[in-house]
Design a protein around this ligand. Sequence first.
Ligand code: ATP
Ligand code: MG
Length: 345
Amino acid sequence: MQALAITSLSAADVAKQYEHIRELGKGTYGKVDLVAHRTQGTKMALKFVTKNKTKLKSFLREYSLTGSLSCSPFIIKVLDVLFETEDSYVFGQEYAPAGDLFDIIPPQVGLPEEMVKRCMQQLGLALDFMHSKNLVHRDVKPENVLLFDRECRRIKLADFGMTRRVGCRVKRVSGTIPYTAPEVCRASRAEGFLVTTSLDVWAFGVLVFCMLTGNFPWEAALPADAFYEEFRRWQKAGCPVGTYPSQWRRFTDDALRMFQRLLAAEPEKRCGVKDVFCFVKYELVSELRRRASCRAKRGERSTPLKRSVLSDPLSPREESGQHQSPGRDKNKSQMVMATAIEICV
Ligand SMILES: Nc1ncnc2c1ncn2[C@@H]1O[C@H](COP(=O)(O)OP(=O)(O)OP(=O)(O)O)[C@@H](O)[C@H]1O
Ligand SMILES: [Mg+2]
């Protein structure tokens, strides 16, 4: 069993060790900076997680989970850099120089199909690796997919802050995003829901739709959402050929078969993530249908992509309760040990 040590550094210590280059991104729980180690010259991404939004235990869980998955070529690598400052917990990750997937999806247009297929394969392998270890990412979205080149020849899944083990009961975070599965949208906040790999499969299906179209299929998988309701009615009718919901008319029949399996309403009927691999050999978007659907769509509403935040930024990542780091010492130069027993999911 591994023990983790977290060192305390003052802002001045951090500036002495790392040259700040620029901010790479801001998430719900903090920010990520590009820095260079002053003596070694190594560039890295430092993820700062704000202490008032995350417990030490959750932060260490994210760090150790990312580390345990880093052996996959499709998952971001953590570095041996772990410290806390006055207001944040911080860990180092390899730097993805081409940014995240959200940034390169042309709104309302989508990515070229070949690029989407490369992403489907690499992300499918990342998720399949996690699922084989009984872990569920729970926050699959383009903002959490990092790029090493703009053609998506090398991409990696990142942000394991929400990752949990299959079978865990978790509380529903407030709000839903388009990637949230319908059973989670429906779950009561009090009872919560059981974590299953089918949650990632749903989010992966929505992500593939977003990459191919530059739109969301819906804002939330709830009956009150007209786009979702139209899709659901079509599913319930047995997905009849020729009467496709408006947002789905551009896809080939093969792509529609794939989406039916990824986005099955009942979680137990959803396919495994690697079942999409057999669909990458087919054409997914039909140029003819796309043009027809664009003509039909004029004047019709669509749901343009925007960056999505899974949880209420005002509430902590974990269940409510005041943050009190176990074993934390007020003395700044103190090393704090947290054993893996505290951080296992
Ligand atoms: N290693 C990295 N290399 C390059 N950019 C990165 C890296 N890590 C994160 N980023 C950028 O920073 C953003 C936020 O990072 P991350 O998703 O880890 O934070 P978060 O606070 O957990 O986000 P969320 O809002 O999804 O909970 C990413 O969407 C990405 O744009
Ligand atoms: Mg994120």
